[in-house]
Design a protein. Structure first.
Length: 356
């Protein structure tokens, strides 16, 4: 890809943009190269085939389209796709029926746990599109610890259960071999007086400055570490993956080995996969975007398309909702669906925040 194509600062004429768009849209549907005669009819530019061929030569010279060995037509290059995604592509209008279905789902979602709503949204998005869907729930460093309980178990163990103000739950079993019943009371008092009602940020600051020789010296250091891990779990972003086997429906668009490789990567290295998704989807300024994703980390060539939308909330950090599918997909439609899902999900989360 040329640097100018990456930056999107190529100065294409409107006619060239229309031709590039027609080539990409047709290729996404058929997988075939596009010739000047087809473009003359489909694009309705009102110019001759010779003029269109000249424009195609210009686009080829810019590295946005390329020839194939089997046809005199042209197909989009990776740089051409990038230019189209960043400078030409616009979402279509979502049907009233589809928007109503998404909105109704959000309004009827009974859970007040933000993570659960995001998980169910990810599941529905995959079912509605027949693609793989992924999401990141936002980090909740600004939320408060609403409850922190100690439940006594057998064999000198306790379960520590924390809930934050946005309904997130984190739990952990801790060994208390060295803690007496009286020390457990002190532990419970510390949780209630020092952590409950505090923001996660303040709670972590308290634990960082924990005085093992002070009033809570009876609390074992290992238990303190368990408490810190629970709070960190509340603050961290959670991710969800749905419909990865939907990719098998598009083996005709991608080679079987490529699809199988992606599914294996998702299932066996989900943390690495989601780090890649997060890097691609949340590090840029755009709230919605569509781009290629490498099938393996550290490769340059894209084999799959990621359609992502960032959602922002009043009190949480940003989250992400996205679709992953083959190169050949209805880009504008999928971008519109993901954007609509994001809008309705963002409203639902903001309503939950306001109720709390």
């Amino acid at each position: 890809m040329t640097e100018s194509a990456k930056r999107g600062d190529l100065m294409l004429t409107e006619r060239q943009k229309i031709i590039l768009k027609e080539i990409i849209v047709n290729y996404a549907v058929t997988g075939h190269a596009v010739g000047s005669k087809y473009l003359q009819q489909a694009a309705e530019l009102g110019v001759s085939s010779a003029t269109i061929r000249n424009e195609m030569s210009e686009l080829e010279g810019l590295g946005l389209i390329e020839k194939t060995h089997l046809s005199s037509g042209r197909i989009p290059s990776l740089a051409g796709f990038h230019y189209y995604f960043e400078n030409i592509l616009e979402p279509v209008n979502v049907s009233k029926e589809l928007r109503f279905k998404i909105r109704t789902f959000m309004e009827r979602a009974e859970s007040k746990q933000i993570d659960e709503i995001i998980r169910k949204s990810t599941e529905l998005l995959s079912k509605m599109t027949d693609y793989m869907s992924v999401s990141f729930s936002p980090e909740a460093i600004s939320s408060q610890i609403a409850d922190f309980r100690v439940v006594t178990l057998q064999h000198k163990r306790v379960m520590l259960i924390a809930t934050d103000s946005f309904g997130r739950i984190s739990e952990r079993v801790a060994s208390v071999d060295t803690i007496s019943p009286e020390s457990l009371k002190i532990l419970t008092q510390m949780l209630e007086s020092e952590l409950v009602g505090k923001t996660i940020k303040k709670a972590l600051e308290f634990l960082d400055n924990f005085d093992s020789e002070g009033k809570y010296q009876a609390i074992d250091e290992f238990v303190r570490e368990d408490i810190e891990q629970i709070i960190n779990d509340l603050a961290s972003d959670h991710y969800y993956i749905e419909g990865e086997y939907n990719l098998l429906n598009y083996v005709h668009d991608e080679s079987p080995d490529t699809v199988k490789e992606m599914i294996t990567f998702v299932n066996s290295k989900s943390d690495d996969f989601m780090k890649l998704i997060k890097k691609i989807g949340l590090t840029r300024g755009e709230t919605t975007q569509i781009q290629f994703i490498p099938r393996i980390v550290d490769t340059d060539n894209g084999d799959f398309i990621l359609v992502s939308a960032r959602f922002d909330t009043k009190h949480l950090q940003s989250g992400l909702l996205a679709l992953l599918g083959p190169q050949m997909m209805p880009y504008s439609k999928m971008l519109a669906i993901v954007s609509t899902f994001r809008d309705e999900l963002q409203k639902r989360i903001n309503n939950i925040e306001e109720m709390d």
